[in-house]
Design a protein around this ligand. Structure first.
Ligand code: NDP
Ligand code: 2IT
Length: 458
């Protein structure tokens, strides 16, 4: 896809952006999601490069697009029947200019180097926007935890950490959860790190249990943060969440706590989904039931529909975007909301779309929303609450302190409001009022670029 710059810039700058993108396509073939994430950022950067000629001489874009370090390793493990499996492990330490590499681990069969690089690249800008001194990284494995026993997941995590421990550390690289990695997996990973290093190094992972160094509010942070970001976007348009009808996709960590905060603020959330299909609940999602099905039983949204009674219907294979709503909060995975879905949401009167997941909206769909003047919150701003509270967890670990839930929630609200203001003001400054995509990309880039230039050619 050719670049379609979002902002005007001199032809020689646009040529540099084109060349940079071509180079990525040539040097990193087959990494479609990474290309997509790079494409979106480059489209925003024209005027920034034009204003600062030194960036070109420093080859800053080329350096930014080349991870500082990429680690791939074998993860052998045995299932409960004694069969041997061999998975692939990844950690991409993308950019450490602002602090230790920070970003989650994803366990999902679709994980490959291109996916980890797209996620790590997004994380650089997201983490910069938090203002909390964290660099960008991401990791994971093509291991599929679905249907695996606790013992199998434990053996996998132990094998994964038996290699990963060499590369991580509280001052080096601090992983956390993402798809397929939650409190259970972080526990097994932390146990193995402690065992092989013989160190109590709480700050090496975030998302830990509350008894052993975890932060209050980390579980809730991503979903809560996205709802707070959505509320800020609405406030700038003279609206709030009270009484709004919301469709949420996914039914994991991000989706569940998105629903919780949206309900607290008076909204009516009527859908959840997983890779099998979706549920519409006319009475609004029963959160206690959803948490029981997903967090206790590790079940499916179809189980929720079975247990909920007549208000809920399960539609196998469908998508939540078919359900009319005021607000859509995609919270499952990348590219789950395409142009057809966006056009339908717009026809049905959607006012705001905010990304709980990373890159869930295709570029064509983003375009459709923005053309229709729908408030659009890009993930690198809207879902930054999770990694922000991870940084607060690191801060508590360094001080051997434990903050209350209320204190963390208060900090999170301040951080999300600051991120919103930064994106909003940056977009205005560059002549694109209301364009949070431009605001997030430029504001994130400016911080990382300034730190990279100050630290010299490394
Ligand atoms: P979980 O594993 O808790 O939940 C993931 C949910 O998304 C499940 O309902 C899952 O359904 C669904 N899903 C995953 N992959 C697919 C797919 N290929 N097609 C359809 N549905 C899918 O993950 P999280 O809630 O933690 O993460 C969700 C998204 O939010 C991801 O994009 C992640 O990168 C992003 N994110 C997460 C943060 C965090 O703190 N956890 C922070 C910021 C962003 P099924 O069980 O059927 O696979
Ligand atoms: O995408 C993300 O920001 C995360 N999965 C959370 C990363 C973290 O380090 O908490």
């Amino acid at each position: 896809m050719p670049l379609a710059p979002r902002l005007p810039a001199p032809p020689e700058i646009l040529a540099v952006l084109e060349e940079t993108y071509e180079r990525v396509l040539r040097r990193d073939p087959g990494e479609g999601e990474f290309h997509q994430a790079v494409h979106e950022v480059l489209e925003s950067l024209g005027p920034v490069l034009a204003a600062r000629a030194g960036l070109g001489e420093a080859r800053l874009l080329e350096r930014l697009l080349e991870p500082e370090r990429q680690i791939m390793f074998r993860v052998p493990w045995q299932d409960d029947e004694g069969r041997v499996h061999v998975n692939r492990g990844f950690r991409v330490e993308f950019n450490g200019a602002l602090g230790p590499y920070k970003g989650g681990l994803r366990f999902h069969p679709t994980v490959n180097l291109g996916i980890v690089k797209f996620l790590g690249f997004e994380q650089i800008f997201k983490n910069a926007l938090t203002g909390l001194g964290i660099g960008g990284g991401k990791g994971g494995s093509d291991f599929d935890p679905h249907g695996r026993s606790d013992e199998e997941v434990m053996r996998f995590c132990q094998s994964f950490m038996t290699e990963l421990y060499r590369h991580v550390g509280e001052h080096t690289d601090v992983p956390a959860g993402d798809i397929g990695v939650g409190g259970r997996e972080i526990g097994y990973l932390f146990g193995q790190y402690r065992r092989v290093t013989n160190r109590w190094e709480a700050g090496v992972l975030t998302g830990k249990g509350m008894l052993w160094g975890g932060s209050a509010g980390r579980t809730e942070a991503t979903g809560y943060g996205n709802v707070l970001f959505t509320a800020e976007m609405l406030r700038h348009r003279g609206e709030d969440l009270d009484g709004q009808q919301i469709v949420v996709s996914g039914s994991g960590n991000v989706a569940i706590y998105t629903i919780e905060k949206a309900q607290q603020l008076g909204a009516n959330v009527i859908t959840v989904s997983d890779s099998g299909g979706y549920v519409v609940d006319d009475k609004g999602i029963d959160l206690d039931l959803l948490k029981h099905v997903k967090e206790v039983d590790r079940g499916r949204v179809s189980d929720y529909a079975d247990l909920r009674g007549s208000s809920a219907r399960y539609i196998a294979g469908g998508r939540v975007w078919d359900v009319p709503a005021d607000i859509a909060l995609p919270s499952a995975t990348q590219n789950e909301l395409d142009a057809d879905a966006a056009a339908l949401l717009v026809r049905n009167g959607v006012k705001a779309v905010s990304e709980g997941a990373n890159m869930p909206t295709t570029p064509e769909a983003v375009h459709i929303f923005q053309e229709a003047d729908v408030a659009f919150g890009p993930g690198k701003a809207a879902n930054a609450g999770g990694v922000a509270v991870s940084a607060l967890e690191m801060r508590q670990n360094a001080a051997r302190a434990a903050w209350s839930f209320a204190q963390v929630e208060d900090e999170l609200a301040g951080i999300m409001s600051d991120i919103h203001a930064t994106c909003y003001e940056t977009a205005e400054r560059y002549g694109a009022p209301g364009d949070y995509v431009v605001g997030a990309n430029i504001a994130g880039f400016e911080r990382v670029a300034a730190a990279m230039l100050a630290q010299g050619l490394i």
